[in-house]
Design a protein. Sequence first.
Length: 261
Amino acid sequence: MNKTSGFALSLLAAILISAVTITVFLALTPHTWQRWEPATCIKTGCFCEAANTQSPIRQAANTYSSLGFVFSGMFIVASARKGNRFSVGYSILMGLASIIVGVGSAFYHASLTFIGQFFDVFGMFLLAAFMLVYAFERIWKLRISTTLGLFLTLNIFLSWLQIAIPDTRRYAFAIVLIIALVFEYYFRVKDKPQINVRLLQIGIGLLAGAYIIWILDNTRIVCFENSLLQGHAIWHILGAVSVVFLHQYYLSEGTAFMGRR
């Protein structure tokens, strides 16, 4: 299979996953989610977009835009390269994490339930935790089994944390992400790898811009609650693009050092 065919199949897969996700939501009744435990944001308002209780998709713009991560995830899987320092397996893992972010976030905004909230943040934890343990692997030349063990352990802890103390979920994500970037910088200083840092800088820039928009939306400084143009939806789209740049950054690393397996 050539690269063009691979990307075409990945695009079709992303469309299929997105279509199935939306179809499942639309097959439900508007009152389905009332029997589920509500998200913790219900009391204060779940971002700017008004919740439509007469539809099984309560926040349409935020739900549909979440699926941008599904397309990013499938693009990442299709971009996997054999022989790279960043293995095909890691590309698949990162792609799946992005898909989980997309479907989980869509579930959250469609339902505004606690379980939806869990899966929304769970996918974000997967990506941040992977960034951290992958930096560890390259700094200390860890075996893949050790890296995956750390990845699993960290995500079990983060999952427990957001169930036990849900209000910490955003702080926990930010802390893990910042620590991951610090160790990534340390790796570059220590090992001086051949890697395209510009790709990472673009990804961080997109995420930073998206976060500013997220704040403006969440605080309702800029808010048109009944519009399809939502700040939180833009956060989703920019976040999805930033994940692609992060993956391309990892792929750009030279293949001379393959690490221990």
